[in-house]
Design a protein around this ligand. Structure first.
Ligand code: SF4
Length: 331
């Protein structure tokens, strides 16, 4: 029986370690796949190119396409919104932006007329799970082969992941395989070091995790770092808010749409009722991390951080980086 080993790569440390493990084990029919959300930092795209070079492993890019859904929404706006008596200027404004841009994250928000949130986290399914399934996994199924879907998740990441099995059967020959489930963060970085592969440089720039920038579950301190180091990301989200607002019947859409969900993680979703009222757009969300908990008093030290300094949550710093098995490309 043929086995296909599909490794999901995000450009983050855990999925990279998983890919490195698969390469070290020389598994058969290895396919590394990156689901591009369109909301990634430029350095992540560059890192994927680097990873391909240094590991001599091609990373296939897949992305969701919402052309059909946006066309359906156009028809809905043209007919139902008008029947419902929605003012003509709102209908015309929505039709103006209901055009596919080719950016999956933006197109998803335009189609839905809103941003995803902690309570309605449709982004993971629409932008990552579905393209992987539809474009990579499903075409391999039904041929009597075994498909191992390698996932770089760890029990230490969250409560939800604590009880995941190392392997489970989905059906049709497809299995989820989580080989680094019990690894800690140090082991993950050690795998990079051992294979002579640098981690994504975003870890040395204050990012606790690599994925969408920003993620809708972004932590307060991460948003502060993003605004400080990558102001262009905030500008982009501001433009996306304007477009998505135009596609919304209510004329309202903010990136941190789930800001009313109480959560103990210190994420943007962890806001008091008073703060919810005050956060209507990304600019206001950026102001919020500058305050101490409670959102009222400004943290005077917050504005003093040096944007060029290494503030990795994992103690990484390029100048300290000494790979054990340095390959020609990594040097
Ligand atoms: S990284 Fe965050 S914003 Fe991106 S798909 Fe996942 S949950 Fe959604």
């Amino acid at each position: 029986m043929t086995t296909h080993n599909i490794v999901s790569v995000s450009g983050g440390k855990d999925s990279t370690a998983t890919l490195l493990l698969a390469i070290a084990l020389e598994v058969e029919n290895l396919q590394a796949v990156f689901a591009d959300t369109g909301n990634e930092h430029e350095q992540t795209y560059e890192y994927l190119d680097y990873l391909e070079r240094v590991t001599r492993t091609q990373i296939r890019r897949v992305k969701a396409d919402f052309t059909r859904q946006i066309a359906g929404k156009r028809r809905f706006v043209e007919t139902k919104w008008r029947e419902q008596g929605v003012p003509e200027e709102i209908v015309l404004a929505a039709l103006e932006v209901l055009q596919p841009t080719g950016n999956p994250f933006l197109d998803l928000c335009v189609w839905k007329g809103r941003f995803p949130s902690r309570r309605a986290q449709f982004c993971t399914e629409e932008l990552k799970r579905n393209p992987m399934l539809e474009q990579v996994t499903i075409p391999l199924m039904g041929q009597g082969d075994m498909i191992l879907s390698w996932q770089g998740v760890r029990t230490g990441e969250s409560l939800a992941r604590r009880y995941l099995p190392e392997c489970d059967e989905v059906g049709g020959g497809l299995f989820n395989y989580r080989p680094i489930l019990k690894w800690d963060v140090a082991t993950v970085f050690e795998a990079h070091r051992y294979m002579g592969v640098k981690p994504n440089p975003l870890y040395s720039q204050g990012m606790g995790r690599v994925g969408c920038m920003p993620c809708i579950n972004c932590r307060k301190d991460e948003l502060r770092e993003i605004a400080l180091r990558f102001p262009e990301v905030i500008d982009r989200v501001e433009r996306w808010e304007a477009v998505t607002r135009q596609a919304s019947k209510q004329g309202a859409a903010t990136f941190f749409a789930g800001a009313n969900a109480k959560h103990p993680s210190g994420s943007i979703a962890d806001l008091s009722a008073a703060e919810i009222v005050s956060i209507a757009n990304i600019r206001q969300a950026v102001e919020w991390p500058k305050t101490t908990r409670g959102g009222v008093h400004y943290d005077l030290l917050a504005g003093l951080a040096d944007a060029a300094a290494c503030s990795s949550a994992y103690g990484l710093c390029d100048s300290e980086w000494e790979p054990v098995r340095l390959t020609e490309e990594a040097a």
